[in-house]
Design a protein around this ligand. Sequence first.
Ligand code: SF4
Length: 369
Amino acid sequence: MTSYDRYAEKALRDEVLTRDECRDVLATPDDRTIELLAAAYTVRERYFGKKVRLQMLLNAKSGACQEDCGYCSQSAVSTADIERYGLVSKEQMLDGARRAAASKAQRYCVVISGRSPLDREVEEIADAVRAVKKEIPIQVCCSLGLLNEQQARSLKAAGVDRINHNLNTSEAYHSEICTTHTFQDRLATIRHARTAGLEICSGGIIGMGEQDDDVIELALALRDVKPDSIPLNMLHPVEGTPLQDCRQLTPQRCLKIFSLFRFLHPRTEIRVAGGREFNLRSLQPLALYAADSLFVNGYLTTPGQLAPDAWKMITDLGFEIEVDYKQAAENDPQLRSQSLKPLNVLPQYASGSSLPAALPGGHFEQPVK
Ligand code: SF4
C-alpha cells in the first residue's frame, strides 16, 4: 500500500490529512502522479461513481471594475483588451440558460463584473431567473461579487439555487492578489448567502505565485466554509494584468492539487474550472479522476472546450454525464443545434447587437469572482 492509498483511506474515513501529509501530496514526484490520482479516484468513485456534472457560464456584465484583483482582466489595474458591456437583457440571460440545457449542463451560472451588484441589477437578474425557472429545469447559480443579506434573500426568493463566491487563495496570501477587499469580506458574503438559504459554491485559483502552504490553507479554509461545490481555477495569465508573467503551473502540478482537494473534500463536488485547457493541456481528462465536474463552452473572456467535445472526452474515459432532469437537448433539435454552434456565438449576438459576439465571454480567465 502506498502512502497515497493511506491518504485515500483517511479521506474515506472522513479524517483530515495533516499539513505534513498535504505537503507530501503536493511534493509527489511527477512520475508518481498517476499513483496519486489512482488513490484520489478511489475517493471520487465512492461518492460520485463515474458521474460528471457539467456547468455553463454567462458573462452577464463585463469590464469596468474598480477592484484590483491581480488575476482579472477587468480590474482597475488591468490594461487587457477585453469587451466591456453593461448588464445583458432578460432575454439574453434566458437564451444562455437554453443553451446551457442544450449543452447538458446541470447548472447555469450568471456572472457579472464589479465589487458588488447594484440593487437594481439584483432585481433584473432575479427577474430573469424567475423566467428561467419557469421555462427550463436547470439549476441556477449567480456570481455577482460581494452581496449583502437582503440581496442574497432577493436572489433566493427568485429561485437562485446557489451563490458562487470564491476564497481565491489563503488568507495570508490574499493581500498579494487584491487590496481593495479582504478575505474576510469574502467570508461575509458567503455567510449572507447561507443565511438566506442559498447553497454555496466556493473555491479558488491556483498558480498565482502562492506557496504550497497557501494551497493547503485554502483547501483547509474551505473545509470550514463547507461549500456544496468547489471550483478550482488554474491561472490563465492574461496580457495586461499584473499576473501576466506568472507561469507556475504544469499539468502534473494541477493534478496533484486536484488530488489534494479530493482527499480534503471527499464528498464535495469539485469542478475543473477556468484555465483547464491552458494548464492541463493534453492531460485534461485525467483531472476527472479526482474532480467530478467541468465547465463547457468556455469561460468569461477565453474560449474553452465545446460541449460536444466534453461529452466525447467523458464517454471516452468510460464516465457518464449526470443529468438530473429531462434534458431539452434530447428532445428539441433546435436547442441541440445551438449547443453545436461555434463557441459562444449565437446568431442573434453575432452582430448588430449591444451584446458582444462572445456569449458567455468578456470577463477574465477565471470563471468566478
Ligand atoms: S474578479 Fe471581480 S471584483 Fe475582482 S477585479 Fe475582476 S470583476 Fe472586479
